[in-house]
Design a binder for this molecule. Structure first.
Ligand code: PMP
Length: 305
């Protein structure tokens, strides 16, 4: 990833991609106390547009607030930085990675006295779990790794270190031949995927776990709004894994995963084993919105040119 052409916004300046480096004694590199976002820009009939930029940037600043990290840039500057990396790299569609991290002035546990740096990179990235996954759905496995307890590292912050848990879960599922992991919370209820929120459909109703130990997903919020517009209510409740086994449909949501149907959990086929009708209807509304074909949600898009 580091050896390529392009520009990265780094502490207020556009720097050549290869020069966007940091010292090996960077505090965040050692302890994981950094915050980041995953954002997408889509190609629309009016050129590239960033999806729900303000909400992602607010979540970045909230993640920093939760950790007590003082980001030296305000919301507007960080939003402009994201627009600039898509524009200045001439990207038509992109995945954006804003990242705030502590500097290398000291390596004790406390980060209080350290400088805070921000970088924003953007590059072309297709369907996260593969194009076929979006159409046919994926096979997932309940993880042996439990999602973070709500009072351990704070689940509402998109903290770098929280992803150790996600990586362990994903790598375990992947090495067993599954496409993604499903993590349960400390009480054994369904929490989320390694980088996705989950929805299930049972008897015409849509359910999603409450947000106790899952990330407050922006795609999740988008899907709730789109479902409501379709006349469907989304019920937030504790969900058990056997409710997923016997669901008519299930899908993951995330900026990277978009809306990915789930066709199997723990080798049990869900519904008819392919993307169900409600999932497909929501996918259509979602892609219409993100790709600028739906005027009703134009406020979700920030055009870069
Ligand atoms: N949960 C986790 C753990 C994630 O990493 C992500 C991806 N950011 C999500 C859920 C989905 O969030 P969003 O829809 O905002 O990308």
């Amino acid at each position: 990833m580091s050896d390529r052409d392009g520009l990265i916004w780094y502490d207020g300046n556009m720097v050549p991609w290869r020069d966007a480096t940091t010292h090996v004694l960077t505090h965040t590199l050692h302890y994981g106390l950094g915050v980041f976002e995953g954002v997408r820009a889509y190609n629309t009939p009016r050129g590239p547009a960033i999806f729900r930029l303000k909400e992602h940037t607010e979540r970045l600043l909230n993640s920093a607030k939760i950790l007590g990290m003082k980001v030296p840039f305000d919301l507007e500057t960080l939003m402009e930085a994201q627009v600039a990396v898509v524009r200045d790299n001439n990207l038509e569609s992109a995945y954006l990675r804003p990242f705030a991290f502590y500097g290398s002035e000291a390596l004790g546990i406390s980060a209080k006295t350290l400088s805070v740096h921000v970088a924003v990179a953007a590059w072309t990235w297709g369907a996260y779990l593969g194009a076929e996954a979006l159409e046919k759905g994926i096979r997932i496995k309940t993880s042996s790794f439990t999602r973070h307890h709500v009072n351990v590292t704070m689940c509402k912050a998109k903290t770098s270190g929280n992803y150790v848990n996600s990586i362990l879960a994903f790598q375990e599922a992947s090495s067993l031949g599954y496409d993604e992991a499903l993590l349960l919370d400390v009480d054994g209820f369904v929490a989320e995927g390694s980088g996705e929120n989950i929805f299930i459909i049972r008897k015409g109703k849509i359910f999603t776990p409450d947000l106790t130990s899952a990330l407050e997903g922006i795609t999740r919020d988008t899907v709730v709004q789109l479902a409501n517009e379709m006349g469907l209510t989304v019920v937030e409740k504790r969900i058990t894994r056997d409710e997923v086994y016997t669901a008519d449909e299930a899908f993951f949501t995330g900026t990277a995963a978009e809306i990915t149907p789930i066709r199997e959990l723990d080798d049990r086929q869900i519904g008819n084993g392919s993307a169900g009708p409600v999932t497909k209807a929501l996918q259509k509304l979602f892609f219409d919105a993100v790709q600028g074909r739906d005027d009703k949600h134009s406020d979700w898009l920030t055009y870069v040119r």
